[in-house]
Design a binder for this molecule. Structure first.
Ligand code: CA
Length: 414
C-alpha cells in the first residue's frame, strides 16, 4: 500500500470508515520503545475496561453483552507493534499495482460476475453501482473473501482504545463493535478482522458496519463475514452514500501529447479543456467529453502511465485515501468487464527510502526551493518544490523523484 503511516493515520483520524488492509513493506527498527508502551497499556487496561463498560452502558449496550465481552478482552501486543511501525521504503506504483491487479483477480472477477450476475444487476438497479466496481472493491479488500483477517477485532479495538495515541477514535469503534455483537448476536470468535478492526469481505470498520451494512439475503442479520450477498449489497450501499455517480466511469488511462506542460499534474479541469490540451484515450482515440471535471494523475511520473480521475475517483478515495488504490480499483473494474491491460505498463522504478526522500528535501531547501520540513514524505509542498527545481534544470517538471532528478540534485537515490 502506498499510504505511508502518517497519511494513513490522518485518514484514520478524519474518517471512521477507513479500511485498513495494509500491505507489509519492509520496516525499519522501531524508533520508540514499543515494549514500554505495550507495558503501559497492560498496566492501564483494568482501568480502561472499567471506562469502556461505563461508556458502553451509557450507549445502550446491555449488562449481559458487557459481562460476556468485556471480561474477556485482552491486550494484543502485536496490534501496538503494527500501529507503531514505520515503513522504511515507499512502494513504487508498479510494485503496488502489479501485486493487486493480477490476472488471477481479473479472471476470478469475471467468473464471479457470471456467477452473481443477476444479484449484482439488482444491486446496480437499487444503488447505482455497476457490478464490476463492487467486484473490484471485493477483490482489492480481501481477494474476494479469500483473506478477511484473523485478528480478534474486539481485543484489537480495546487495545487501541486503551493506547493513548488514538484512544477516542478507537473507543468509539469498540463501543460500536459491542453494539453490533449485541444487535446481531455475533460471538467474539466470529468478529475477526485486520489489526485495526476492519471486518469481513469488504473490511468495514465497526462504524461503517453499523451505518451501511445491509441484510440482503434476508436471514435477519447483516453478516459481512459469512454472506457474500450481504457484503456486496453493503459495499453498494456504502458507495452510494459516499456519492457514487451512477452514469459515470471512475476515470481512464490517457495519452499525453508531445510537449505537454507537466505542471498541470494534479489539476482538475473540465474534460473539454483536457481534450483541447491534446489528451487522448489510451487507444489513441479522441477523448470523449461530457460536462464533467477530471483530475490528471501520473502515479509513476512522466515515465509511467497517465490517468484522469472523474468524480467517482474521489468517491473511491473516500473509501481509501490513496491514488494507487483508486487507480487499481478502477482498472481492475475495467478489466473485469473485458478491457485490456494498461497501454503504458507501470515502469519498474527504484524504491526510495524515507531517508533518501529526507535528504532530497534537505537539498531542495538548501538550494532555495522550499520543500518544507524534511520528513521523508513527498507531500504536495515537497512536490511543488521539486517541480520548480526540475524546471530550473530543464528536466520534465513532474514532481516525481526519478534518477535524473536525484542526479541533478547531486545526491544518491539508490
Ligand atoms: Ca444476511
Amino acid at each position: 500500500m502506498t499510504l505511508n503511516d502518517d497519511r494513513r493515520l490522518s485518514v484514520l483520524k478524519k474518517i471512521s470508515w477507513v479500511l485498513a488492509v495494509i500491505a507489509a513493506p519492509t520496516f525499519a527498527a522501531q524508533p520508540v520503545d514499543v515494549a514500554q508502551e505495550i507495558q503501559r497499556v497492560q498496566d492501564e487496561f483494568p482501568q480502561c475496561l472499567q471506562s469502556f463498560a461505563e461508556q458502553a452502558k451509557s450507549q445502550g449496550v446491555s449488562d449481559d453483552t458487557i459481562k460476556t465481552h468485556l471480561a474477556n478482552l485482552k491486550v494484543v501486543k502485536r496490534v501496538i507493534e503494527l500501529d507503531r511501525r514505520q515503513p522504511e521504503f515507499t512502494s513504487t506504483f508498479a510494485g503496488y499495482f502489479d501485486q493487486r491487479v493480477t490476472d488471477w483477480r481479473v479472471n476470478k472477477g469475471r467468473q464471479l460476475l457470471e456467477e452473481h450476475r443477476q444479484f449484482l444487476n439488482s444491486l446496480t438497479k437499487q444503488y447505482g453501482i455497476p457490478a464490476q466496481y463492487l467486484l473490484a472493491f471485493w477483490g482489492m479488500e480481501t481477494n474476494f473473501g479469500g483473506y478477511k483477517g484473523k485478528m480478534p477485532v474486539l481485543d484489537s479495538l480495546a487495545t487501541l482504545a486503551c493506547d493513548h495515541r488514538r484512544s477516542k477514535f478507537f473507543t468509539k469503534e469498540l463501543i460500536t463493535a459491542l453494539q453490533l455483537s449485541q444487535k446481531y448476536q455475533f460471538p467474539a470468535e466470529k468478529m475477526q478482522g485486520s489489526w485495526a478492526g476492519a471486518m469481513g469481505h469488504t473490511q468495514f470498520m465497526p462504524s461503517a458496519y453499523a451505518s451501511y451494512a445491509v441484510d440482503a439475503d434476508g436471514d435477519g442479520k447483516a453478516d459481512l463475514w459469512s454472506s457474500t450477498e450481504d457484503a456486496l449489497a453493503s459495499a453498494a450501499n456504502f458507495l452510494q452514500h459516499l456519492g457514487w455517480q451512477r452514469s459515470q466511469r471512475w476515470g481512464r488511462e490517457v495519452l499525453l501529447p508531445d510537449g505537454f506542460d507537466y505542471t498541470q499534474i494534479g489539476q482538475s479541469k473540465p474534460l473539454v479543456e483536457w481534450q483541447h490540451l491534446g489528451l487522448k484515450e489510451a487507444n489513441g482515440h479522441r477523448l470523449p467529453v461530457a460536462d464533467m471535471r477530471a483530475t490528471l494523475i501520473l502515479p509513476a511520473g512522466h515515465q509511467g502511465p497517465a490517468f484522469i480521475g472523474y468524480d467517482n475517483f474521489e468517491v473511491i478515495k473516500r473509501w481509501n485515501r490513496s491514488d494507487f488504490y483508486a487507480i487499481s480499483v478502477g482498472h481492475l473494474a475495467d478489466r473485469i468487464i473485458g478491457a485490456g491491460k494498461l497501454a503504458k505498463a507501470p515502469p519498474q522504478q527504484q524504491r526510495r527510502s524515507r531517508e533518501q526522500i529526507k535528504v532530497l528535501q534537505q537539498k531542495l531547501n538548501e538550494l532555495g526551493f522550499d520543500a518544507g520540513k524534511p520528513d521523508g514524505i513527498l507531500g504536495s509542498n515537497s512536490r511543488k518544490s521539486l517541480r520548480a527545481f526540475q524546471a530550473s534544470k530543464g528536466l520534465i517538471p513532474d514532481g516525481f523523484p526519478d534518477d535524473a532528478t536525484f542526479n541533478a540534485l547531486g545526491i544518491s537515490g539508490s
